[in-house]
Design a protein around this ligand. Structure first.
Ligand code: NAD
Ligand code: DAU
Length: 358
């Protein structure tokens, strides 16, 4: 079996659902169920009877992690658990350092103790796969080449600094203790079950409600978008065939400015929903104060994973965006439940009167 952490969040839940489309190997899913963790994302597994067990708990709870490892004897641990939203890391960095850095450290130590007692064959076959981000590389100028696995780390937000720190710990546990680790550094994901504090679901849901679409700064910041199902297939492939101690960049070759993304959503909605506002959904766009330390451009060079492991994404950004938008339109009950009191509080704190026009 495999132990997944953070598997009730956006990417983790997509990964677990995707796992059972390809395997019947059991999954134990350790998730703290913060505001971003939602067991409802995994409801389909109960109906299908897949061998999946959700355990509520913290990756930093050594006693709990040791017990899960002892009882279930996983052949791999996949670490998705993290605080993941850059804006929240600016409002309150402590949780980010606690989970992303401290939690990963304690998880690594518990896994190392378990792994060191495996038989030689089991220990050689064991993998610790750490799911990380392209944000650790910092920001690119308009003509800079895309990030490769050799690009020096240069994180600019509390979120990316805490993820960079966790990547360094994972690397060190390989070089010092020979723990067989793998790290993936992926670009921006989008798709079903993404918590609507992130750009794409936020813009879709605000537009449907005819609320302002808050674009930071001049809207020319660039992200390299990848559909979450392609991220999941990359992680499965790295787990299967990645070389211990290596890192793999994962990206969709889909660089878009934020304004292009928001305009794309508005254009789709103009055609999908009856009675668009006068001037179309674009008329809801409002340029607001920029994010402090806002990275200008991310772009991933994914040649290594393509050439070594034969992974390629299967969605284009245009079809992926349209399918995602239709998913949010079709899942209004899920949307209603995640936009609870806690969500409303975040929206008021972050987008309230303090974040007016620049
Ligand atoms: P998310 O915020 O949607 O989900 C994070 C999950 O981790 C939640 O279920 C939460 O309850 C859980 N969690 C948080 N703290 C925990 C703790 N201490 N112990 C156990 N569980 C805990 O995040 P996501 O977008 O699904 O990202 C998953 C991983 O992928 C993160 O490590 C993130 O850095 C990385 N990543 C995200 C993206 C992206 O675009 N979203 C891109 C590249 C990499
Ligand atoms: O690059 C990978 C990273 O992508 C992941 O590691 C993070 O976990 C994930 O949250 C994401 O980080 P970003 O900061 O790029 O994503 P976000 O959706 O918050 O913002 C995307 C871009 O859109 C960014 O340039 C900021 C901008 N933005 C975002 C919001 C929420 C706006 O203009 N307005 C908004 O309201």
């Amino acid at each position: 079996m495999i132990l997944v952490t953070g598997g009730a969040g956006f990417i983790g839940s997509n990964f677990v659902l995707d796992w059972f489309l390809h395997h019947d190997e059991p999954v134990v899913n350790l998730d703290k169920l913060t505001y971003a963790g939602n067991p409802e994302n995994l409801a389909a597994l109960q109906q299908s009877g897949a061998p999946h067990q959700l355990v509520q708990g913290d990756i930093g709870d050594t006693g709990l992690v040791e017990r899960l490892l002892r009882e279930h004897r996983p052949r791999a641990v996949l670490n998705f658990a993290a605080e993941s939203h850059v804006d929240r890391s600016i409002h309150g960095p402590a949780d980010f350092v606690e989970t992303n850095l401290g939690g990963t450290f304690r998880l690594l130590e518990a896994v190392r103790a378990y792994w060191s007692e495996l038989s030689r064959g089991e220990a050689d076959a064991f993998r610790f796969l750490h799911v990380s981000t392209d944000e650790v590389y910092g920001t690119l100028g308009p003509d800079d080449p895309a990030f490769t696995e050799q690009t020096p780390y240069s994180p600019n937000s509390p979120y990316s600094a805490s993820k960079a720190g966790s990547d360094h710990l994972v690397r060190a546990w390989f070089h010092t203790f020979r723990l067989p680790v793998l790290t993936t550094n992926c670009s921006n994901n989008y798709g079903p079950f993404q918590f609507p504090e992130k750009l794409i679901p936020l813009m879709i849901l605000n537009a449907v409600d005819r609320q302002p679409l808050p674009v930071y700064g001049d809207g020319q910041n660039i992200r390299d978008w990848l559909h979450v199902s392609d991220h999941c297939s990359a992680i499965r492939r790295v787990l299967e065939a990645g070389r211990p101690g290596e890192t793999y960049n994962v990206g969709g070759d889909s660089e878009r400015s934020n304004l292009q993304v928001v305009n794309g959503i508005c254009h789709l909605l103009d055609h999908l929903l009856p009675h668009p506002p006068a001037g179309g959904y674009k008329s809801l766009i409002q340029f607001v104060q920029d994010r402090p330390g806002h990275d200008r451009r991310y772009a991933i060079d994914a040649r290594k994973i393509r050439q070594e492991l034969g992974w390629v994404p299967s969605n284009t950004f245009e079809t992926g965006l349209e399918n995602t938008l239709k998913w949010y339109l079709a899942h209004s009950e899920w949307v209603g439940r995640v936009r609870s009191g806690a969500y409303r509080h975040w929206m008021e704190t972050h987008y309230g009167s303090a974040r007016s026009a620049p």
